[in-house]
Design a protein around this ligand. Structure first.
Ligand code: ADQ
Length: 483
């Protein structure tokens, strides 16, 4: 296979400027981990926004950043504050995000946002086109860049294009709400291979292609004139071994080397060994169902008062999209609910919810994953949800229970979790009780199946399966053109 390039909204580095020094901090997220192996192995470039608005840096500094990134085979797309506001905070996060997560009431239909989305997608496509040669392959990521596949295909048809959507693809009845639904589908259809996390999203996409464009679909192929497009499900995984190893390392550390958080957690259990911890980790996003989770925890404490004083919910929320109105309101709502639960059920020695509104270092996440008896993962919509997989990978003693929303893509791979409807507060409350009282043997039985499955299809398997399909597409394209 020839070169494979990556395009995503963000480059896999953030930039730290200190005095005259430019430091590149590698991202540790799942996407960066999975893709780093791909573009390095196939001698490609990674094209994306470096994370700094272009108005904040003068030309000299911009050149130096560019050079530094180029040493890492990264190419920057420069975006101004205004472009970020309209394309990223705007059309990506105020229009597509709510639409694709079924929050129709939150959609912003401002045509100015759409215009900026088209222009910025064109910027990404043009930047990629400067690098691309006929015969190359490119893998484009996510909802911010839905128009890029077609923008590249129309200029360089000999490039093999893959597109992967990390969020849900909604049903046609929801997608049709958007004035620019056809343009979005047309943009995606510039790709030769389109990937989703689950078969359901694939099915929804097909139905929109049929209804909006009238194209025929057979099995997983769309035929358009002399082109074939393959659409498939590739459930994204995590770097399983990294989580497993980090979790087992924690238990081997001598007491004096253990982190403050770890010692605090041990103290918590020492106070009363029958105490239990429930963990909740997300970006603070309305799609994650955080208010319902808090209401369900309060209902659980009310219905099962024997657990008051014995069970704590540790809730981490990473600040996210803080300039968008609905996120600001959500933050207030969550803070109020946390206050209510703690006010109603807490006392001097007992705080029912420990709430942290911040990002946490990897080691602390591992400590929490491995110390908490139950993971409460209740999004109202989620493309996949990697937190559920990270919890499974970190359970080295093979106990622990996951309460999981049926609306998360990951539920398709986790039949052994306690599956709930995230809008059913009573059901979540009862599942908390069931999880906390589940016999250890049953926990292990379920966890063994989960771990085997999540380990087998990790992030490296995910990216290599996608690359394999891209290589098949390249062969199909070549044979079609040879005819
Ligand atoms: P997200 O919506 O960001 O991703 P998710 O898949 O759960 O959701 O990933 C969140 C990541 O952030 C996890 O790796 C987690 O460890 C980390 N994280 C969460 N809280 C943290 C905290 N307080 N401190 C530090 N790290 C924290 C989007 C889609 C998902 C899809 C992924 C990947 O919305 O549905 O699973 O992309 O495709």
């Amino acid at each position: 296979m020839n070169r494979i390039h990556i395009v995503s909204n963000r480059l896999p580095f953030s930039i730290n400027l200190k005095d005259d020094q430019i430091d590149l901090i590698p991202s540790v997220g799942g996407l960066a981990t999975g893709m780093r192996s791909v573009y390095k192995e196939y001698n490609g470039k990674w094209i994306g926004w470096p994370g700094l608005p272009s108005d904040d840096i003068d030309d000299g500094l911009a050149d130096r950043i560019e050079k530094k990134l180029f040493e890492e085979d990264c190419i920057s797309v420069h975006l101004s504050k205004r472009e970020i506001e309209l394309y990223y905070d705007g059309f990506s996060n105020r229009t597509i995000w709510p639409l694709f997560h079924y929050f129709a009431q939150y959609i912003d239909y401002d045509p100015e946002l759409w215009e900026a989305f088209v222009n910025v997608n064109k910027k990404f496509a043009d930047k990629a086109l400067e690098t691309l040669e006929e015969g190359d392959t490119i893998w484009i990521h996510d909802y911010q860049l839905l128009l890029v596949p077609e923008m590249i295909k129309s200029k360089k048809p000999g490039v093999t294009i893959g597109f992967f959507l990390h969020i849900p693809f909604p049903s046609f009845e929801v997608l049709r709400i958007l004035p620019w639904r056809k343009e979005l589908i047309q943009g995606m259809l510039g790709a030769d291979l389109i990937g989703f996390h689950t078969y359901d999203y694939q099915r929804h996409f097909f139905s929109s292609v049929r209804r909006l464009m009238g194209y025929e679909i057979s099995f997983n192929q769309i035929q358009i004139e002399d082109r074939i497009i393959i659409v498939d499900a590739f459930p994204m995984g995590i770097d399983y071994d990294k989580f497993k190893k980090a979790a087992s390392d924690i238990f081997q550390k001598p007491l004096q080397e253990k982190s403050k958080l770890h010692r605090e957690l041990e103290k918590y259990f020492l106070l009363s060994p029958d105490r239990k911890l429930i963990l909740s980790i997300d970006r603070l996003d309305y799609s994650k169902g955080i208010p319902n989770r808090l209401k369900a925890f309060a209902k659980f404490l009310k219905d099962y008062p024997e657990f008051v004083g014995k069970v704590t919910l540790i809730m981490l929320a990473v600040p996210s999209r803080g300039t968008v109105e609905h996120y600001i309101n959500l933050k207030k709502e969550v803070e109020e609910l946390v206050g209510n639960v703690n006010g109603q059920f807490g006392n001097i020695n007992y705080t029912p919810v420990w709430y942290f509104y911040r990002s946490m270092p990897f080691e602390s996440l591992i400590e929490l994953y491995s110390s908490c008896d139950v993971a409460l993962v209740t999004p109202v919509r989620d493309g996949m949800n990697l937190v559920a997989k990270e919890y499974v990978a970190s359970r080295t003693n093979r106990t622990g229970v996951i309460i999981l929303s049926e609306m998360a893509g990951v539920a398709k791979e986790m039949g052994e979790a306690l599956i709930i409807n995230p809008n059913n507060i009573n059901e979540i409350a009862d599942s908390i009780k069931q999880a906390l009282t589940m016999p250890l043997d049953e926990q292990r039985e379920r966890m063994i199946f989960l771990q085997d499955r999540i380990k087998r299809y990790d992030v490296f398997k995910w990216s290599s399966e996608f690359v394999k399909s891209l290589s098949r597409m390249e062969n199909i394209q070549n044979s079609l053109h040879a005819k």
